[in-house]
Ligand binder design. Sequence first.
Ligand SMILES: [Zn+2]
Length: 379
Amino acid sequence: MARTFILVGDHYQLPPLVQNKEAQEGGLDVSLFKLLSDAHPESVVNLEHQYRMCEDIMLLSNNLIYSGHLKCGTPEVAVRSLKIPNINGIKQHHHSQIPPTPNQKQICLGTSQGRCWLRDLVDPSAKTRLVNTDTLFAPALDETNGSRIVNPTEAKLCTQLVEAFISCGISARSIGVITFYRSQLSLLKLNLSRHLPDLEMHTADKFQGRDKEIVILSCVRSNADNHVGDLLRDWRRVNVALTRARTKLLVVGSKSTLRDGNELLGKYVKLVQDRGWIYDLPKNALENHVFESDNLMGSTQASSVHGRAAATPSPTKKSSPVSAAGRKSGVRKPLSPVQARLTPQGLRKPAKKGAKLMSGNKVLGNRPVLQDVVNDLVG
Ligand SMILES: [Zn+2]
């Protein structure tokens, strides 16, 4: 028997997936890590230094979840910035000349002729932005078909962003596309199939423990009721999505829906607003550039995806007795980070003097990846 054992983890990210209601109500969705952290707060050492996110990106989760305790591991990490091999590559998406039509305002001729939203968002100085779809001429509304939810306009915008990055010489391997909805994921994979498998597109759950230079997050939910759904309401899932990018995080979504969706998302919108990090898309953003594959999925085609995306949940892993308890999740409301912060179990300063801080990369590199079965089950 060992006299000392050490658990490494972060219970502010996704919890064990427990699908069995009985097991869930019995508390099996609370990890051993959280139980021990709560029971023995004096034994918890917080690793405050992270080596992934540049300062602007870190600021989001630091403000929203970690009560300002996170720090960049080195000054180099803090100022980290995207390297773009060839920014002029974006020109291939511009019309070479003004067509003789009355709709000149419908096209982008590049920054020399005014604002270019693609150029603005690709620019390394835009380290994180909420790319607001509310300002589009045709609202980018979500579409529901049973429990399947997609946002075809958002899928097109994400597709155009990915294509723009790749046109500027960035490897598809450096880009990750995240969405909370499997139907939306199917749509994105259809649109961007030519970049598979280098370009990785997953649900937030599957990205846990991993990172990418650039992350584009499609929020999907955008509606008159400002309803964000259960997936976006889970602050731990949102935390995972906001902490995957190293130098650029573009969150594509509806400012109004996110703002009124719940407390955490409202705080997120206020935070990015205060920082000047909201990017209102021009009303014709969807149509004003040229793309080789302009056969991007529209809403009509998207309806077929609803059916196709109805993937059977993958078998539950047997690696741990907790995660192996398989059944529907999403019944219990996760604690809000505000509540978590007010309890004595919130983030604490390292209890022991002289405790060595470990490298964030070493810790995060081996985190087990949770399954995203829950996406199939929760509307
Ligand atoms: Zn342009």
